[in-house]
Design a protein around this ligand. Sequence first.
Ligand code: ZN
Length: 283
Amino acid sequence: MKLNLTKILLIIGGAGLLGYGGYSYWQTSEENTARGAKITDLEQSLVKAGEENNNLLQALNTERSKTGAFEVKISELSSIVGNLQKWSATDPELLRKYSKVYFLSENYAPAQLSSLDPQYLYEKNRTQLIHSGVSGRLGSLLEAAKAEGMNLLILSAYRSFYEQASVKSGYSVTYGAGTSNQFSADQGYSEHQLGTAVDFSTLENGPTFSKFEQATAYKWLTDNAYKFGFALSYPKNNLYYKFEPWHWRFVGVALAKYLHDQSKSFYDLTQRELDDYLITIFN
Ligand SMILES: [Zn+2]
């Protein structure tokens, strides 16, 4: 075999190239593997970071919903406090049933009284007072009645224990004690002492109550008074007094509407049922 130097050099050079090529191929594939591992690491880190993000997001949402629940609790509490304040500020006597066993003390007087507009008084020169919380509603009722051509007038509104006593003795002299007991409450039993009850009449009907049942104004009251929070205290066949079509008591719009819609009277309800309406009486 004849090998010249050039051939030998070519063979050595070729082998070197092959070796280098093999080496660099091996090196590149090593690097690729390392890169692949790095990418996998990075991907894993990303997934992990994503999971952490999710966890953080969940924690944030949990805190947010806790805060939300807390805010709801606070608003619930403040409405309870508001109702309690309203409750404690509302005179419980305003929806009490009066009877021979439960009556107002002679010292009881409404928190605040207002004078009624003389244009609505049967006797223009006599001051008539009404519970200040009721005066606006009564004014609206009288205006609405007037707008529909009714001549409603107030004969009597607030009466103190002593005024009630003198009214009663006046009736007793005129009608005799037996009859007056049927329609004029003994002092202390009267809803007039509350300042929330009114006796209506009309110009035509005058100061006597007898014909008020036939008055169109009475019909108007039975159809409309509840809208202003008034209810007839002593309807026909009640257990307390004789039928008093002229005597209406302010009980608040919600209760008056309930009584009207159910065809019930104030004294048909239990004291417990009535007390539920106390908090909203002036709404
Ligand atoms: Zn009355």
